[in-house]
Design a protein. Structure first.
Length: 157
């Protein structure tokens, strides 16, 4: 769960229920950022410490507008670049949300047609040992796993 969602729950939810609800939301976070924000907004509306203060329609509209603005601004995917190293060298993956949009092998950009993505998996064509594919498993929490490639043979002058 992101810091933004946890902060929103701490601000808006009845303090007596916060710990329990944050734990539940943490378990649901793997369903994706859109669903997580929907769950957070739902919890904030139903378990709000502001329920007594939001008895008039204008106050309710103001609270809903603030929650919608926060949710919409925080769900925009951010680019992040991850550097990984194995015995064959370094590679980087650039993520836009959960999707890999760019990759490099030893500092050289990988052409987009060599990046093949499926849910939970990225294949870099020709990026593995002896020209085989580099198969990378992508987890829903943003982590990834791969079998280390073998060291490249050194060439002597």
């Amino acid at each position: 769960m992101t810091t933004a969602t946890a902060t929103l729950v701490r601000w808006l939810v009845d303090p007596a229920r916060q710990e329990e609800l944050l734990g539940d939301l943490e378990e649901l976070a793997g369903r994706g950022p859109g669903r997580l924000w929907l769950d957070v907004v739902s919890v904030c509306v139903r378990q709000s410490r502001l329920v007594a203060a939001v008895r008039s329609p204008s106050r309710l509209a103001a609270v809903v507008a603030v929650l919608a603005a926060v949710a919409m601004s925080s769900t925009a995917p951010a680019l992040r670049t991850v550097r990984a190293v194995d015995p064959a060298g370094e590679f980087t993956l650039e993520f836009d949300g959960a999707r890999v949009v760019h990759a490099t092998l030893d500092g050289a950009p990988v052409p987009p047609h060599r990046l093949v993505q499926q849910p939970g998996r990225l294949v870099i064509r020709g990026g593995g040992d002896a020209g085989n594919d580099l198969d990378i498993q992508l987890a829903s929490d943003g982590s990834f796993y791969w079998s280390a490639r073998s060291p490249r043979p050194t060439t002597r002058p």
